[in-house]
Design a protein around this ligand. Sequence first.
Ligand code: APR
Length: 231
Amino acid sequence: MSNIVILTGAGISAESGLATFRGPEGLWEGHRVEDVCTPEALARDPAMVLRFYDARRAALGRVAPNPAHRALARLDAEWPGGLLIVTQNVDDLHERAGAKRLIHIHGELLSALCRKCGGRARFAGAMLGDATCAACGAADALRPDIVFFGEMPYEMEAIDAALARADLFVSIGTSGAVYPAAGFVRIARAAGAETLELNLEASAGSALFDEGRFGLASEVVPAWVDQLLAP
Ligand code: APR
């Protein structure tokens, strides 16, 4: 087994203190996340959308990677074969734990996208009231660099190529509710990969996995990595 693809979702960051989307705390100021993360919401009420993401960006400073993020970063550093972490999360906890071979399929909180020039750049502050694009100078042009529902996820070619050659596909902390990520297990199976789900509980796609290990990511993920790296 040499090539591993790992998909992570909000569940891997839950124990760091970041709310998941479809858990009991999945609402924000009474809004369903699906009502905020859409191009229509951005057009209809840009201040509300910018405020939502400003609050989530500010929360990053109050949280830290947990043992699951650190275990994946160790695997990334020590695994001699191919390895790719595809995260649906827009937080920076994988990076802060030290992960390198990482793709953010749904974008990142710490990045801004210019609606005028299309430029993407690191952005760490509050966008409401400070949305001037540093690249093209357009005022009020920045939006969160987040892939909204209905928009094209990032780096799908690289992800598809990695899935096509995967020997092992591991899904961690995701409900399997949102495509294309929810379909990755099928692509990996078609490529002949073994499939493993590490989650708090069975998800929508659990029946598609060869094996499932259920429990807290901070416990289940380090145990799996230890087993994989054991001499
Ligand atoms: N350890 C492991 N798994 C956990 C933990 C935990 N401590 N806490 C929650 N989970 C699991 C839940 O059981 C659930 O299956 O994490 C999953 C979280 O599911 P969602 O809230 O739906 O988050 P996610 O799957 O990442 O959502 C996918 O939907 O809203 C969009 O773009 C957004 O990237 C997001 C996408």
